[in-house]
Every structure is written in C-alpha cells, then in structure tokens.
Design a protein around this ligand. Structure first.
Ligand SMILES: [Zn+2]
Ligand SMILES: [Zn+2]
Length: 261
C-alpha cells in the first residue's frame, strides 16, 4: 500500500520517469509513494556524480500529480562519519517530506563492488559494514529513517549472498537499533533483498528487536530503480509490520504518519 523508497531517472542509476513510476505504483495498488533519489558522494571521486541536480529534481516532480496516489518528495543521503555539514547543506536544497540515511561506502569504497570484499570473509565484511553503520547513525541526526540496514547482503560481489544473521552480530546490531530508537529515528523494511539474497533488508527478527528496544517508526521501501519493481513484496512487508507493530509509517513534511494495518 505504501512505497517510500524509489529512484527515477533523477538518480544517477535510475531509468524511468517519475510519472512512469507513479503510474506503476497506482497499477500495483499503492496509495502513497515517496521519491528518494540519491545524494551520495564517492570519497575517492572515482564514481560519476551521484548527487542529483535540484533543478532536474524539481522539474521531474513538482507538477507530478495522479488522482488516487499521494506523491511525496524525499532523498536518500549516503552517510559517512564526517559528512554532517554536507548533509546539512543538502537538507536546504528545497522542502522535503522524507529523508533516508543510508550506508553505501565503507573504508572509502562502495561495498557493492569487489575491492571491499578482497581479503574479507563474508562474516568479516558484514561485521565491518555494521560497525561503520553504527558509527554513522551515532554521528548523524539529519535523516528520518535508516535505509536498508544489511544492504551488504545483496551486493553482487558478496560470494555467499545471505540475509545477515542477527545472531552472529547481535551486539553491534543491537547498538544500531538502540541508537535509532533513542534518537527517534526509523528503520526501513527494504524489500529489494528478497530476489538478491532471499530475505528482506533487514529480516523480521531485526524489527522485533527494534520494537523491544523502543523503536517506533517503521517504513516500507522497494528501492525500485525501474517501474517493474515498484511496490514489490509490499504485501509481505505489511504482514510483517502488522504482526510486530500493528502499523506502518509514511512521512509528510518530515513528520511520521502512522497507518494502522
Ligand atoms: Zn541505497
Ligand atoms: Zn535507494
């Protein structure tokens, strides 16, 4: 019913127009969506520009309306330990409804690619990713919801794609969840891992623990970069959140709205 994480052609790695994604959302039975295009920076400058242009963003979405579908406007910011000031500037670009914080780069490289995995076991790669995630959620306050915790599980360079087992990293994961809960930040149920590693990012047990630790804000996102993935697995995701929280959140003007499930 809601999809609060998707990328149109406004993102460097997106493909479709905002209107095409919105029409796909309506066709999938969704009631409300949020565009969350990338603002990310490669610490080594090796990647092409990964931050959208605000004028392009505004031209794509400002006049986009579809009867029966609420359309929100947000962005996905790539967190690093020391880019708080940059984040502050991005938040001033224009009014946003929703801001995802996410972890793509660790030790100056995108964990999506092979160099991060060189010399690390899957366990070591997971642990390093989680440790850096903890450092970043401690260091940042600008985001509303942490996107795709355990994103590393679906990276194509991962030789053994698997949902990151909570039990193998319990201490660090608990600290991440506790930090989010204490700061009043949310946790995203990102459905894009299902086809890539056989589980959501993160899996159901993380959400049970998040609730135990006082977490209240939960959103669902497909992370669609193409129309055919909009709203993917949102029914399954809703069932999980219904059983644990009894609701799911959307955002408007940076404030959570709670929808009973
Ligand atoms: Zn992401
Ligand atoms: Zn994304």
């Amino acid at each position: 019913m809601f999809d609060f994480h998707m990328h149109s052609r406004v993102s460097f790695d997106g493909h479709d127009t905002g209107e095409a994604l919105a029409r796909a959302a309506l066709a999938a039975g969704l009631k409300e969506i949020c565009f969350t295009d990338h603002i990310d920076y490669d610490p080594l400058g090796a990647m092409p520009d990964m931050a959208f242009n605000t004028a392009v963003y505004n031209a794509e979405y400002d006049h986009l309306e579809l009867p029966g579908l609420k359309i929100r406007r947000g962005f996905e910011f790539g967190l690093s330990r020391d880019n708080q000031a940059q984040f502050g500037k991005e938040l001033q670009r224009r009014p946003f409804d929703f801001v995802l914080g996410s972890m793509h780069f660790v030790d100056d490289v995108d964990v999506y690619f092979e160099p991060f995995w060189k010399g690390r076991t899957v366990f070591q790669a997971e642990r390093r990713y989680l440790e850096e995630t903890l450092a970043c959620v401690r260091a940042h306050n600008g985001f509303d919801v942490l996107a795709h915790l355990t994103y590393i599980a679906k990276c194509p360079s991962n030789p053994v794609p698997r949902p990151v087992p909570y039990g193998e990293h319990q201490e660090v994961i608990d600290e991440i969840l506790r930090t989010l809960a204490d700061k009043g930040k949310g946790l995203e149920l990102n459905t894009s891992g299902m086809d890539r590693c056989g589980g959501f990012l993160p899996t159901e047990d993380y959400f049970r623990r998040f609730k135990e630790l006082g977490g209240e804000i939960v959103t669902i996102g497909s992370d669609a970069h193409r129309c055919d993935r909009v709203g993917q697995y949102s029914g399954m995701a809703c069932e999980i959140l219904k059983n644990i929280f009894g609701y799911v959140c959307t955002f408007e003007d940076r404030k959570p709205v709670f929808h009973k499930l």
